[in-house]
Design a protein around this ligand. Structure first.
Ligand SMILES: Nc1ncnc2c1ncn2[C@@H]1O[C@H](COP(=O)(O)OP(=O)(O)OP(=O)(O)O)[C@@H](O)[C@H]1O
Ligand SMILES: [Mg+2]
Length: 459
């Protein structure tokens, strides 16, 4: 689905499939996204001037902040990366360059575009792989007679050659048919597999060098020619390995990088989590890099600058930033003014209610209950949750959140895991039909939920 065609209303409707409530936040991100596509149609002189409407999402933990951003990116088919603002304050990362978030995003986009491009050549690559495997199964004969032209035998041998060639062709086509039907999958062939010259270790650049984005393993792997290993593999495996290899050969990496950079610049989304933790509000403790310093570091990227990445220069002007934080101990107004100005949209997400919990358990396309039903179905178990059982779980989740710590919808994970533990354990031996009613939920949870200390550990 082309997101650019979606109206804000339609975007919200799509998000509704995954996230319960939080309508304001959904509206805000939908508008931000729509503005981005609107910008594409603004007259050129003005287009460059239109800044993205970055967003700050304010809300308690586990109410869907990250989920909304992630779903939005998926919907928009945008490169997306999530980064904790606090990461840049960590000891040992003094002045750790914030540009790395753009590099990560670009890397992400390159992977995205590359796999899209590879998909486009998938059929062709599979065909090429097929031919290579047939060559392996039925090696070409060495041309035996070369210099026989002048002999009387030449004519005869030429005839033989023609016949042999035809015979080979028919055999090859027979083999091809068998291959396509998967009848050769169990046979083994020897293929050459290129292994990169260096083991794939990340080499940590010295802090000062980080800006150059040196990737030592890449440099070395270019110096050391790739080691070619001969490996015996099953035809089924060779089919995959060779198809990958062929696809890689067919795509134009130059084009891929260019497309990826464009994608990042025009539709990239960066989720900047824990933004509230880099405000100066709460007296900074320990040897953290000054939080305000981190804000100043982030500023140019949000305002728009050019970042050098291994794939080329990336302009950050139109990347959409979605910041999030609980803002328990600070307010967005504690951010430095320049940064505040760059995040004009503020939305609050509300705490989830018992009713929300019930809906979260059942309604979203990826709802937890659906997940458990599907998981157990793989073992031949048909689980049914009674409605009152779901009510009870929602109620207990809410109570535990109130009584101990409010971790939002994350509580549902622990609750459901606890309810399903025994069934999950016994599943492989039992099979059949299982119904989960309110009594069962109580039996599994009551003792723990009633005891605050116990639930602190278990739920
Ligand atoms: N409103 C909601 N609708 C559906 N699922 C939700 C909702 N809120 C949270 N969840 C689920 O709860 C989990 C945690 O949500 P999420 O990661 O979005 O929390 P968050 O608001 O980003 O919290 P934090 O501040 O701790 O990062 C996810 O698995 C998500 O699917
Ligand atoms: Mg989050």
């Amino acid at each position: 689905m082309a997101i650019n065609g979606l109206t804000p209303r339609e975007i919200v409707k799509e998000l509704d499939k995954y996230i319960i409530g939080q309508d304001d936040a959904k509206r805000a991100v939908a508008v931000a996204l729509r503005n981005r596509s609107r910008r594409q149609n603004v007259p050129e002189e003005l287009r460059e001037e239109v800044a993205p409407k970055n967003i700050i999402m304010i809300g308690p933990t586990g109410v869907g902040k990250t989920e909304i951003a992630r779903r939005l990116a998926k919907l928009a088919q945008s490169p997306f990366s999530k980064v904790e603002a606090t990461k840049f304050t960590e000891v040992g990362y003094v002045g750790r360059d914030v540009e790395s978030m753009i590099r990560d995003l670009t890397g992400m986009a390159v992977n995205m575009v590359r796999s899209e491009e590879m998909q486009k050549v998938e059929d062709k690559a599979a065909k090429a792989a097929e031919d290579r495997i047939l060559d392996l199964l039925l090696p070409k004969p060495k041309s035996r007679r070369k210099k026989e032209e002048d002999s009387a035998l030449a004519e005869v041998s030429l005839d033989i050659e023609v016949i042999e060639k035809e015979r080979r062709e028919t055999t090859r086509e027979k083999l091809r048919k068998q291959f396509q039907e998967g009848k050769l999958d169990h046979r083994t062939v020897e293929i050459e597999v290129k292994e990169s010259g260096m083991p794939n270790v990340e080499v940590f650049a010295a802090a000062g060098l980080e800006g150059f984005d040196l990737n030592f393993s890449e440099i070395f792997s270019n110096l050391i020619p790739p080691k070619v290993n001969r490996r015996k593999v099953k035809v089924s495996e060779a089919r995959q390995i060779l198809a990958q290899e062929e696809a890689h050969k067919m795509i134009d990496m130059e084009k891929v990088t260019q497309m990826a950079i464009k994608k990042v610049e025009e539709s990239g989304i960066i989720f900047l989590d824990e933004i509230d933790k880099i405000t100066g509000a709460e007296g900074s403790t320990g040897p953290d890099v000054s939080r305000e310093g981190v804000q100043r570091d982030i500023l140019p990227i949000v305002e728009g600058s050019t970042v050098a990445t291994r794939y080329g220069h990336v302009r950050t002007d139109h990347i959409l930033f979605i910041a999030a934080g609980t803002f328990h101990h600070s307010k967005p107004s504690d951010l430095i003014p320049e940064l505040q100005g760059r995040f004009p949209i503020r939305v609050e997400l509300s705490s989830l209610t018992e009713k929300d919990f019930k809906r979260i358990l059942t309604e979203p396309a990826s709802a937890l209950i659906k997940q458990y039903v599907a998981l157990l179905a793989t073992e031949g178990i048909e689980v049914t949750f009674f409605s009152d059982a779901i009510d009870e779980m929602a109620k207990i989740a809410w109570e535990v959140n109130e009584g101990t710590e409010n971790i939002g919808a994350r509580r549902l994970h622990t609750i459901l895991e606890r309810v399903m533990e025994e069934i999950s354990f016994n599943a492989p031996e039992e099979g059949g039909k299982i119904t989960i009613d309110v009594a069962y939920v109580r039996q599994r949870l009551e003792k723990v939920a009633k005891d605050e200390d116990l639930s602190r550990y278990i739920l």
